[in-house]
Design a protein around this ligand. Structure first.
Ligand code: FRU
Length: 483
């Protein structure tokens, strides 16, 4: 039975069967959130890519739809984005029924085999029935590049200030920014990135959007990179700066990361949402072991949809992410205590049928604190905050099944919380059957990790070397979205 299998996440999107990677073409239209995704419908490893499709009314419950885009003679269908062409600038629909337009990458396997360079081109498809059926544009591809092998992942958006379409894509070690009036003809305006940021691998899956902070407006450029992430393999970095419709500039010097866990990759945001809503979904996996995880008839899920916002700390812009509000609909408050008192060096043990389908919240002084989730077959997952190093770590090296990929459990994932300036830490910990998402101080830091415990964790040990009070301690069961 689907969605009941071991390790099947109960409140995260995953396709009913087979292989999934990046989220694609996320667009909100007529009250419906559309999620397309990199999909291979014949196996549970990566293969000839399609666009799978699912829809949601609330970003929490998902309905599986027919596969949207199939590979053809121009190639596999790689990642890309979707917009609503409300004014019908493209002429592909009408003003009364504007087209949903997807711009994606074709990856030409024949060219790859022939060792040609220009294997990747950008192409367009449109739907006149709200994403149900798609027509590929007759003059594809629409953007070519003869001298870049890695040239992909177009993210298109309407720029209200310039009244033009913009598109950002990646070309090897840089992002390229384009403009268009009609979504069909694109002009390259600028490049960004050769000498800045993390370049452990080629750049992938860019996104560019505006966020408000106090009375300022800043632009955020997201860039996924694989390898090069702080805790190994795939990760998503970001730059905060300005954008005039043609060129993105930043004063930022250091590399910043959207998430410090190992399993949040290729995340991009929805188009066509109200200005103050910027919602991201990421692929909850990592290319270093993503094709080997111990699931049987499907592989991987998406992160919870996350609301993004900007914060300014010590004159630095910081991107925060926190689960969308509608997630709260799934919570059943189960246990709560106004103050949980941890007396120094005494462990407090909390037992619960399945911590793997729950959320745990509390707030405490930033003091040494160790949380050990474990079960009766000796699997344990350890979260540890060490005050004098201001360091937070996630240790999944004994979390359950770990031996499927060399890079899954080779080290403890450690992060220095240099933006944490308050002496309080607010914890939000969300565990599903095969994932944990941790948000500290309303998403100032987030950590997303896959885990494969042999049995659900049913105990939580809370350990501190100080006398520590955990305030508003709350455990909530999370309802499944699949039944
Ligand atoms: C990122 C990525 C993209 C590409 C897609 C192929 O995970 O490598 O750059 O378009 O996956 O499936």
């Amino acid at each position: 039975i689907t969605y009941k299998e071991p390790f099947r996440n109960q409140f995260h999107f995953s396709p009913e069967k087979h292989w999934m990677n990046d989220p694609n073409g996320m667009v909100f239209y007529k009250g419906i959130y559309h999620l397309f995704y990199q999909y291979y419908p014949d196996d549970i490893v990566w293969g000839p890519m399609h666009w799978g499709h699912a829809t949601s009314k609330d970003l929490v419950h998902w309905e599986n739809k027919k596969t949207a885009l199939f590979p053809d003679k121009l190639g596999y269908i790689f990642s890309g984005s979707a917009v609503i062409d409300k004014e019908n600038f493209s002429g592909l629909g009408t003003k009364e029924n504007p087209p949903m337009v997807a711009i994606f990458t074709y990856h030409n396997m024949e060219f790859e085999k022939a060792k040609k360079i220009n294997t990747q081109t950008q192409a367009l498809a449109y739907s006149l029935d709200e994403g149900e059926t798609w027509t590929k544009y007759k003059s594809n591809p629409i953007i070519n590049n003869l001298d870049k092998k890695d040239f992909r992942d177009p993210k298109c958006f309407w720029n209200e200030s310039t009244k033009e379409w913009n598109l950002v894509l990646v070309a090897g070690d840089r992002a390229q920014i384009y403009t268009s009036k009609n979504l069909l003809n694109w002009k390259l305006e600028s490049e960004f990135g050769q000498n800045i940021g993390e370049h452990g691998g080629v750049w992938e899956c860019p996104d560019l959007f505006k966020l408000k902070i106090n009375n300022e407006e800043k632009w955020v450029l997201l860039i996924s990179v694989n390898p090069g992430a702080p805790n190994g393999g795939s990760g998503t970095q970001y730059f905060v700066g300005d954008f005039d419709g043609k060129t993105f500039t930043t004063n930022q010097k250091d590399t910043k990361w959207l998430d410090y866990g190992a399993d949040n990759y290729a995340g991009v945001t929805f188009s066509n949402l109200p200005e103050d809503e910027r919602i991201l979904v990421g692929w909850m996996s990592n290319w270093s072991y993503g094709q080997k995880t111990p699931t049987k008839n499907w592989r991987s899920s998406m992160t919870l949809p996350r609301q993004l916002s900007l914060n300014k700390i010590n004159d630095q812009y910081i991107l925060q992410s926190t689960p969308v509000n509608s997630f709260e609909k799934l919570l059943k408050k189960d246990y709560s205590k106004a103050v949980l008192d941890i007396k120094s060096n005494k462990k407090l043990q909390f037992d619960y049928p399945s911590l793997n389908e729950s959320q745990i919240n509390f707030q405490t002084k930033a003091e040494n604190l160790k949380l050990v989730f474990y079960n009766d077959v000796k699997d344990s997952l350890v979260l540890n905050y060490i005050k004098n190093k201001n360091e937070f770590s996630v240790d999944r090296t004994h979390s359950g099944i770990i031996n499927f990929g060399e890079n899954f459990a080779t080290k403890v994932h450690t992060t220095v919380l240099k933006n944490l300036i308050s002496d309080q830490i607010k914890y939000q910990i969300i565990l599903d059957r095969s994932s944990i998402e941790i948000f500290l101080n309303d998403g100032l830091y987030s950590f997303t990790e896959q885990i494969f415990p042999n049995k659900p964790y049913n105990h939580l040990k809370i350990i501190s070397e100080e006398d520590l009070k955990l305030k508003d301690f709350k455990v909530s069961a999370v309802n499944s979205i699949w039944n």
